[in-house]
Design a protein. Structure first.
Length: 242
């Protein structure tokens, strides 16, 4: 999977995505990340990439030409019209199933906006998906792009080791993860739950499942409605059937 991130802040994106698991995955060639500097494509002699909005109002608007030319350079290089995501609070909210679906693409292009927005005409020309990462406003699309690249990369074969991908995951089955403990057995007077030291794998599995359901009920009751629960679990935990 190759990610192309069209941005005015290429260093920010590359720094954020070169550490830890994604950095190692890139070294192995499981993913590749390329930040494309929109400013490199401006035809303005002062390297300007924004201008005042027609009709007036606060702020500046990113102009169509540099963005379109940056996009075309990628498009010509890969030889087809790629899925192109514009990060905007006006899109549908990103979720795990979207990450999974996008991980199947060969290439993904992200357009990171700034200032008061992007000239609508270039969005109409190149964008295939409008995506938000949540109901709050950020100063630019870079952090959302990094969030999406992280979540999508984890779903690309070869990015996580066997052990990492074998972990039961939050949002698999719409349940939150159970609590984890490591040494020491007692820390600040707090003991590790004894069941985890019992060596009884069935009991441990049942306890973890119960903890997942209880946590989801407590912190994300909205998710619990969609969770894969057995009839018995629904009765025990008081989850209403439709
Ligand atoms: Cl994708 N972009 C910006 N600028 N703000 C956001 C967002 C995206 N998602 C939530 N807030």
């Amino acid at each position: 999977m190759k990610f192309y991130i069209l941005t005015l802040f290429p260093e920010m994106v590359m720094q954020g995505l070169s550490a830890s698991i994604l950095g190692k995955a890139a070294q192995r060639g499981a993913i590749a990340v390329e930040a494309v500097n929109i400013r490199d494509y401006t035809k303005d002699k002062h390297l300007k990439v924004d201008d005042y909005p027609y009709g007036g109002g606060a702020g500046m608007v990113m102009q169509a030409q540099p963005i379109f030319d940056a996009y075309q350079a990628v498009r010509e290089r890969i030889g087809y019209v790629p899925r192109t995501i514009y990060l905007t609070p006006q899109g549908p909210v990103f979720h795990q199933a979207m990450a999974k679906a996008m991980a199947k693409e060969e290439d993904l292009v992200f357009l990171c906006g700034h200032y008061e927005g992007v000239d609508e005409r270039v969005l109409e020309e190149i964008v295939t998906d409008y995506v938000s990462i949540g109901d709050y406003v950020l100063t630019g699309g870079e952090l959302p792009a990094m969030v999406m690249v992280d979540a999508i990369s984890r779903m690309v074969p070869g990015v996580l080791t066997n052990e990492e991908s074998g972990l039961r995951e939050t949002f698999e089955g719409n349940l939150l993860e159970y609590p984890q403990y490591s040494r020491p057995k007692v820390w600040r007077g707090k003991e590790v739950p004894s069941v985890l030291m019992s060596g009884d794998h069935k009991k441990i599995e049942d306890w973890r499942r119960e903890q997942s359901v209880l946590r989801t009920k407590k912190y994300r009751p909205d998710l619990l409605k969609k969770a894969d629960l057995t009839i018995k679990e629904k009765a025990v935990y008081g989850v209403n059937e439709i």
